[in-house]
Design a protein around this ligand. Sequence first.
Ligand SMILES: Cc1cc2nc3c(=O)[nH]c(=O)nc-3n(C[C@H](O)[C@H](O)[C@H](O)COP(=O)(O)OP(=O)(O)OC[C@H]3O[C@@H](n4cnc5c(N)ncnc54)[C@H](O)[C@@H]3O)c2cc1C
Length: 430
Amino acid sequence: MSRVLVIGGGAAGMMSAIIAARNGHEVHLYEKNEKLGKKLFITGKGRCNVTNAGDMDTLFNSVTSNPKFLYSAFYSFTNEQVMDLFEELGVPLKVERGNRVFPVSDHSSDVISALNRELRRLGVKVNLHTEVKKVVAAGNDQGAEPGIVSENTDRNKEQTMPGFQKIILSNGTEITGDACIVATGGVSYVSTGSTGDGYRFAEETGHRVTKLMPSLVPMEVKEWYARKLQGLSLRNINAVIYDGKKKLYEEFGEMLFTHYGVSGPIIISASSKMGKKLQEKELRLRIDLKPALTSEQLDQRILRDFEENRNRQFKNAVDKLFPAKLKPIMLELSGISGEKKVNEISKEERLKFGMLIKNFEMTLTGLRGYNEAIITKGGVSVKDIDPGTMESKKVKGLYFIGEVLDLDALTGGFNLQIAWSTAAAAGNAV
Ligand SMILES: Cc1cc2nc3c(=O)[nH]c(=O)nc-3n(C[C@H](O)[C@H](O)[C@H](O)COP(=O)(O)OP(=O)(O)OC[C@H]3O[C@@H](n4cnc5c(N)ncnc54)[C@H](O)[C@@H]3O)c2cc1C
């Protein structure tokens, strides 16, 4: 039986504590908040999209950073096993659109309560209001650089590799253990406790941390009209994001205008794929408001509307084409005077108007910040972590799991699956 210290009582930390305790270890969990699972509580708009019931290909294809690293972890603790575990813990689940799995109750609090109950049943020592300040590797308080080796053999590496020694709490208390699992999350939604401490622990013990950035996050738009559209939700549209002429991303679905720019499912997913590019330069967003119609079909449709309103003004002839909030913007961008009689509009003007409906464009200037980001991209480099066990390759007995690692996925339950699977890998290895 080992003495296992878990830092962070979020999704990953709670799960690893449960698995380690089920394996017979003495487990101590340290959480700086007054309760466990603060971020878990707000997941899935308070309903907690626990995992995704898709097949393995879907799981891997939905991971945006380092999917190959997750091969062993995903197969060792699958989405099916996650679902079975929650059902066993008394949380009946249901599968919704896109294979998203939620508690039948629609309450994330049920997921947290079930994990809490299991921690208690297993005798895990949960320490709330307890912030870990430092992780110390044996023989090197300042940072675990490998010792001097005469020859670069695996055996020498093994002999000289530092091992986990102790954690130091903010109040100065030092706690030793056989293993330490760092599950401190990322830096998004800081109010939930994710303040990025784990990145510091990693760096101070000799690990690489890749560049961090907000992901699954809304985007800012340059043009004045985006702000005017605040609150407007567009459904069944096609969005394409371009870097110059190069198409970077295309998706059909739903998006939303906000006071700073754009959000909603299409935009959030796009941020995961091309957010890095957007941090370097401005990109173009092109929205097709009528993707079900070809340009010719749309022109026929506009012609029909114009025929029905021959003697009316242009501004009174386009009501059926788009939502009311969009009308003044489209009229202005069309370059056609709203007062112009429909029967005076030239074919060229009409075709240009159709083009505008299929190519409503704006400039994306950047990503919103961490406090609006569902996930942090980047983190502890997976190159320094064993994918089978989540143990550090630099410090024996030190493990990193969940969002603190350089792993992230699209929305749909995949990020929590990463937390559960990496947690199980560590919980089974300690
Ligand atoms: C609004 C929102 C909605 C989301 N919805 C979903 C969803 O429906 N489905 C999905 O799959 N994913 C969702 N996610 C992502 C998901 O919440 C994360 O991927 C997941 O919570 C990561 O788990 P974690 O345990 O690694 O980190 P966290 O859940 O962030 O837990 C880290 C814990 O460590 C504690 N901690 C940090 N530093 C210290 C320290 N020094 N000492 C002690 N404790 C410390 C923190 O207080 C925190 O409790 C959502 C995220 C957000 C922000």
